[in-house]
Ligand binder design. Structure first.
Ligand code: UD1
Length: 375
């Protein structure tokens, strides 16, 4: 039996918190291991960060790196620089980290993995192997590079295993374990559905849609964004659409002077809100008639919930959500989006199944593998 393990678990942006929560639950306080929880501060707005820590009952981080916003280079570099400092300081104090655990595909994921790998600290990547094959997406570069320097690869769907094998990763480093994000969803769904948010918004279950948009390809070009908003406003006359607006999207809407498109068309019910916490958002998505999104995580959550998901992207790194689940890629083609919205409304839309291993036990499987050499 080796010494006790000491893991550094790193989270930085909104979708990371749902993924680290079940891992923290499995590993924190385990007799065989100790967890140092690091928040990079990539997302710093209370609505994108603190609310999530509270809703997910995550303890406060041991280290907060406060990297904030910036260009991709700045943000990734700040994470590297500040996380390296933490790793070195811990080693000096005789509390060297035995393994760094990173999740997802955000800039914090890559920055932390790089800092660790350069100090020869082994890296485990949770949600490894996903590929959109579109290297114009910052997340795709983050995924490819993080996997290249990780030696434990925890994968959520079979396509990820095939991608990693194709890239030459040895089979013994690859573990198909299921989806940690769905662990969180299954655990918190009963609590979420008790939230009064539908009543507050005057909505009935299955009688509204939920919209989220934040990807540069959808919100950074005024023509694309205004066409998407037009379709949403128009179809909201048939089905109210709840739209919690990411700060990046809100700033684009203001910059392109599209605020008038958002509010105030007669008969339209596009309900723009501030970003929501995890529980309120899950209350809304789990009772929606359909979900319209460009988020990777939400594609998976809608598949797990069995709710139609119109994915506003040309490709996906999560093919199982299209092949087995409830998602359809509509690109940023406003016409196709409109057609698909009506397909759902007229009950002509496909149904899906929940993928194998998305059963709420992924974090348990990961913890067993991480702790194997210490128990
Ligand atoms: C990041 C991730 C993306 C993930 C998304 C979820 C990368 C490359 N992208 O995108 O994969 O789907 O998080 O939200 O890591 N901002 C605030 N407050 C904050 C954070 C950001 O106002 O707390 C604004 C800033 O103007 C910032 C912009 O949002 O410049 C973008 O933030 P950033 O962290 O760079 O990327 P996201 O678009 O949030």
């Amino acid at each position: 039996m080796a010494d006790r393990a000491r893991f550094a678990i790193v989270a930085g942006a909104r979708p990371n918190f749902m993924k680290v929560a079940p891992l923290m639950r499995e590993l924190d306080g385990h007799a065989a291991g100790e967890v140092i929880f690091v928040h990079t501060g990539q997302h710093y707005d209370p609505l994108l960060s603190d609310v999530f820590l509270d809703d997910l009952q995550l303890r406060r981080p041991d280290f907060h790196l406060e990297v904030g916003s910036g260009t991709h280079g700045q943000q990734t570099a700040r994470v590297m620089e500040r996380f390296e400092e933490v790793l070195l300081r811990l080693a000096e104090q005789g509390r060297a980290i035995s393994r760094v655990v990173v999740v997802g595909d955000v800039n914090s994921t890559l920055g932390a993995a790089l800092a660790a790998a350069k100090l020869c600290i082994p890296v485990a990547h949770v949600e490894a192997g996903l590929r959109s094959f579109d290297r114009t997406m910052p997340e795709e570069l983050n995924r490819v590079l993080t996997d290249a320097i990780s030696d434990m690869l925890f994968v959520s769907e079979p396509a990820g295993v095939a991608n990693l094998r194709r890239e030459g990763k040895p089979a013994e480093q690859i573990h198909l374990v299921g989806n940690v994000m769905i662990d969180t969803l299954r655990q918190l769904l009963p609590r979420a559905q008790k939230r009064p948010i539908l009543d507050k918004l005057g909505l009935q279950p299955r009688e509204y849609g939920v919209v989220t948009l934040h990807r540069p390809s959808n919100v950074d070009d005024p023509k694309v964004l205004s066409r998407l908003l037009e379709v949403l406003v128009e179809t909201s006359k048939c089905l109210p659409m709840v739209f919690p607006v990411h700060p990046r999207t809100r700033s684009r809407i203001e910059k392109f002077e599209l605020t008038a498109n958002l509010n105030g068309k007669p008969g339209a019910q596009l309900i723009a809100l501030e970003p929501l916490g995890y529980l309120d958002f899950l209350a809304l998505t789990s009772q929606a008639r359909m979900i319209i999104t460009d988020s990777g995580g939400l594609q998976e959550e809608s598949t797990a919930l069995g709710i139609p998901c119109l994915t506003v992207r040309w490709n996906t790194e999560r093919p199982i959500t299209v092949e087995q689940g409830t998602s359809t890629l509509v690109g940023n083609d406003a016409e196709k989006l409109r057609e698909k919205i009506f397909e759902v409304l007229e009950n002509r839309y496909k149904s899906g199944v929940c993928p194998e291993l998305w059963d709420g036990k992924a974090a348990q499987r990961i913890a067993n593998i991480l702790l194997e050499e210490y128990i």
